[in-house]
Design a protein around this ligand. Structure first.
Ligand code: PLP
Length: 344
């Protein structure tokens, strides 16, 4: 009954098999091996972007930060939402990798409101005294488990475009959003005005690989230099590549995401009976308020997830907010057992 995060599940067997296959003989290092060339081409095909520059790195944080560093000067600001991973969960790595660019928090939600973004950008920059206007960073699916429709995405990137600003997409849960929308990776990125996207693998079942995709290869050389300087050019790169190869084969990435989203839907159906759901969850993350006593009972029975409040102390009937994330591997029986424990 583990709903803490989708990075806590195991790696699918196909990925381990691909690692074993890659573990034959010698291969040139640093991404110059033939398999990396092949997988780079497969990612270009998947994104319908023959010119794209494609790189693999091992964490989502460095994928975001190296991508942003290519578009933000030290005197620039990056526009993001208050709960953005780059703001809350990267320990100032964006500021570090960009050499000091700041982050400007826009609005009050996990999704940009185009008119609010327009006001924020319009009211910033200007004189030599101000932080200069830099990239707009969108998270899809968001940190709160929401998604932008393609129209929403285009409205946000359209605002960036009005000011001539580039758009970065944090896609740690790219696949979950893409299958929920039923769109193609191209539609969710460059066809909607995204300049650089992170195609996340780790949260969706890989051991640790994210692809950074620049739809305009202009920044390719700079990215390579920054990746090496930042200590993130893997020497035994074929083991990153092999994971991505398995992820792409037979669209495993989409299958894993569909599975995780479906698990979450199963959980949601039960949670609705005993708690109050925040928003309209469509990917693999749910925020819900349940009476304190139900969390306490569940934890006692061995469940694990994040609660935004003390579950041991206080009124047993008082609702306490919690986050539930399902990964591809969680068993229906575990979900049902949890729902039974909380009386849903
Ligand atoms: C998990 C996550 C990342 C990447 O985190 P790492 O721990 O560095 O791999 C980036 N963005 C979002 C929205 C995430 O949830």
């Amino acid at each position: 009954m583990f709903f803490a995060s989708d990075n806590s599940g195991p790696v699918p067997p196909q990925v381990l098999e691909a690692l074993t296959r890659a573990n034959e003989g010698h291969a040139k290092g640093y991404g110059t091996d033939p398999l990396t060339e092949e997988v780079t081409q497969q990612l270009r095909d998947l994104f319908e972007a023959p010119e794209a520059a494609v790189y693999l790195v091992a964490t989502g944080t460095v994928a975001n930060c190296l991508a942003l560093a290519c578009y933000a000067q030290p005197f620039d600001t990056v526009y993001c939402t208050p709960p953005a991973h780059i703001e809350e969960d990267e320990c100032n790595a964006p500021e570090f990798y960009t050499g000091g660019a700041k982050l400007t928090l826009v609005g009050e939600s996990d999704r940009f409101e185009p008119s609010v973004l327009r006001r924020a950008i319009g009211g910033s920059g200007g004189s030599v005294h101000n932080a200069q206007r830099g990239p707009v960073s969108i998270t899809q699916a968001t940190e709160k488990g929401n998604i932008y429709s393609l129209d929403d995405l285009r409205a946000v990137t359209g605002v960036a475009r009005e000011f001539g600003l580039p758009v970065h997409l944090d896609g740690a849960r790219f696949a979950n959003a893409c299958v929920a929308l039923g769109c193609t990776p191209a539609e969710m990125t460059w066809k909607s005005g995204v300049d650089v996207a992170v195609f996340g693998g780790t949260k969706n079942g890989l051991m640790g690989v994210e692809a950074v995709i620049f739809f305009d290869p202009e920044k390719a050389r700079e990215f390579e230099l920054r990746r090496k300087r930042g200590g993130h050019l893997f020497s035994k790169h074929r083991y990153l590549t092999a994971q991505m190869q398995a992820y792409l084969a037979d669209d495993l990435w989409a299958e894993l995401a569909r599975t995780a989203n479906a698990k979450s839907t199963r959980l949601l159906a039960g949670l609705q009976k005993v708690g109050k759901i925040e928003g309209d969850p469509r990917v693999n993350m749910i925020f819900a308020r349940l009476p304190r006593k139900l969390h306490a009972r569940a934890f006692e029975a061995g469940a694990y997830y994040y609660c935004m409040g003390d579950i041991a102390e206080g009124d047993p009937e008082e609702p306490v907010k919690a986050r539930f994330v399902c990964d591809w591997s969680i068993e229906d029986a575990e979900i049902d057992r949890y729902l039974e424990v909380i009386g849903a």
